[in-house]
Design a protein around this ligand. Structure first.
Ligand SMILES: *[C@@H]1O[C@H](CO)[C@@H](O)[C@H](O)[C@H]1NC(C)=O
Ligand SMILES: *[C@@H]1O[C@H](CO)[C@@H](O)[C@H](O)[C@H]1NC(C)=O
Length: 290
């Protein structure tokens, strides 16, 4: 039966292929689970602020001044107020940024320009630190008004959920922003674990309209990771939902990892484009924030 023999040969090939492809990830995953099961509390925490000079939308963004102080310094000062962080470092590929940060007293780690995103930069920075850490908080440099309490909140959420490798925060979604694909929505289960993230409106009401009574969640950029998981995360292959939504965090959920989500009260003031500077300065003047 040459046909069926070749057929089963083919089949074996595919199975083997699948096994091999999964093997590296599986090994990494098993390694991680062993660590997670040991009862060591994850109490050594480092906050890393990735700051790169080159940006397509806003060159040199970390150094831009907001009410007379560089944005990166404002983010760093907020991070320094977080009670859960044992250390705060700025990870950059740029000499000018490094010089500026050393000038106001920050710890700086140089990372390669080749880092493709903030997560990779955090991972590179983590490996260069002398001490070992259990949790890494990725603090976006373009959120100069981040509350230290939010940083502490995501850290405590991860410490309180040993089965999670990742934690992040959401806030109430403004109904006017509900259909904006740049505002990422998140749905969580009743224990506070993420079920899904979408650029579309989730959950979707059958009337086809935004339900003014539903508490939709807007995802905020802050993330914290189990340090072991951070070594795995950038290496995980892209996944279908991640690619379709263009949302990195879906890769975590699609691989079956758990993510803890906290709800916070936060008016997002991210700085993405130069015109955001005037807006945030106006807000700060209004609130007497210097
Ligand atoms: C949908 O939204 C409306 C309000 O717009 C609300 O009354 C209703 O309970 C929601 N859910 C369903 C299943 O219709
Ligand atoms: C960062 O870049 C790496 C390599 O391109 C990629 O695998 C990863 O999904 C990206 N994002 C995150 C959040 O790790």
């Amino acid at each position: 039966m040459p046909e069926s023999a070749s057929g089963s040969g083919q089949c074996k090939f595919w199975i083997l292929h699948g096994l091999l492809a999964g093997a590296a990830v599986a090994a990494a995953t098993v390694g991680f689970r062993l660590v997670a099961r040991s009862n060591r509390a994850r109490n050594r925490v480092v906050g890393i602020i990735p700051a790169r000079f080159r940006s397509t939308r806003f060159e040199g963004k970390p150094l831009v001044e907001i009410l007379g102080k560089p944005m990166i310094q404002r983010t760093w000062e907020r991070a320094m107020l977080a009670a859960t962080l044992d250390k705060v470092v700025i990870a950059t590929d740029d000499e000018k940024i490094a010089e500026c940060c050393l000038g106001f007293g920050a710890d700086v780690v140089m990372t390669p320009e080749s880092c493709r995103n903030g997560t990779e930069r955090c991972n590179e920075a983590l490996r260069k630190l002398k001490k070992k850490y259990d949790i890494v908080v990725n603090i976006q440099g373009d959120e100069p008004l981040i509350e230290p309490e939010i940083i502490d909140g995501v850290v405590k959420a991860l410490q309180g959920a040993p089965d999670a490798v990742f934690s992040t925060a959401v806030t109430s979604l403004n109904p006017e922003d509900a259909l904006d694909p740049n505002r990422v929505k998140c749905v969580v289960d009743k224990h506070g674990y993420a079920i899904y993230f979408s650029r579309g409106l989730v959950p979707f009401n059958k009337t086809g309209k935004v339900n003014p009574n539903f508490p939709y969640h807007l995802h905020l950029g802050i993330q914290s990771y189990d340090a072991k998981f951070l070594g795995i995360y950038p290496q995980l292959h892209p996944t279908p939902l991640q690619l379709e939504e263009d949302l990195e965090q879906l890769k975590v959920l699609e691989n079956g990892y758990k993510m803890k989500v906290i709800k916070v009260d936060h008016e997002a003031h991210g700085v993405d484009v130069p015109s955001d500077i005037a807006k945030i300065e106006a807000f700060m003047r209004e609130r007497n924030i210097s």
